[in-house]
Design a protein. Structure first.
Length: 218
């Protein structure tokens, strides 16, 4: 029997099949993925080192699809663009979120984006001690609004009378329009808080730094 022209398995094929399995809502695991690919689990282990490695292949695929390499003009431009890219990525694959948030990030492309964000924040003047916490806050923001974009058309449906909520619902948008408006408002508030924190740090530094040419204390 002649050899097939295309290898039966590759990391690309594994990533594609794994992502399709997760996106379908089916339970994810090595055995389930092997069945989908029509191979044995041992065949998968010839290409990947277990479930965690497959999850990281999926992360690599969605990051490559949704987060192209970019040069940012400023730290806040980096925040805005990365938040929008991440939100779209998580919204496109909501069932993947529980898997990738439970797995240490090792994919080089994903690390590159986190490094860009961390570098932008440090160079802007945010304290080294809090930059990782800021990155975590931003990540959680993007995950939350990514999942919010997959919410049903109507978020609230009161069964009885309400003081305020019912009236607000009647006069508000639903679906993607609601989620987009909430995301943009949240991004505005987040940037405002970051600018205020940065300005506050700069002000505190100015208060304790002697002006150039000032006399030194005896």
């Amino acid at each position: 029997m002649s050899r097939p022209k295309v290898a039966l398995l590759s990391t690309d094929r594994i990533a594609d099949a794994a992502l399709a399995l997760v996106d379908s809502g089916a339970p994810f695991g090595v055995n389930a993925l092997a069945r989908k690919l029509g191979v044995t689990p041992s065949s998968l282990y010839n290409h990947v080192d277990g479930k965690d490695a497959i999850i990281e292949l999926m992360r690599a695929r969605v990051v490559a699809d949704h987060m192209p390499t970019h040069v940012y003009k400023s730290w806040d431009h980096a925040v805005v663009e990365i938040m929008r890219q991440q939100r779209a990525m998580y919204a496109a694959h909501p069932a993947l979120v529980p898997l990738i948030v439970g797995k240490t990030i090792t994919d080089a492309h994903a690390i590159e984006h986190y490094d860009q964000l961390a570098t932008a924040l440090v160079e802007a003047g945010f304290s080294n001690d809090e930059v990782l916490s800021l990155v975590a806050v931003l990540d959680a923001f993007a995950i939350g609004f990514g999942l919010d974009l997959t919410s049903p058309e109507a978020i609230w449906q009161p069964s009885g009378s309400t003081h305020t909520l019912g009236k607000l619902i009647e006069n508000s948008a639903g679906g993607a329009a609601r989620s987009d408006a909430a995301f943009e408002l949240g991004l505005e508030l987040l940037l405002g808080a970051l600018h205020a924190r940065l300005n506050g740090a700069a002000s505190r530094t100015a208060q304790v730094t002697p002006a150039a040419g000032a006399d030194s204390p005896d």
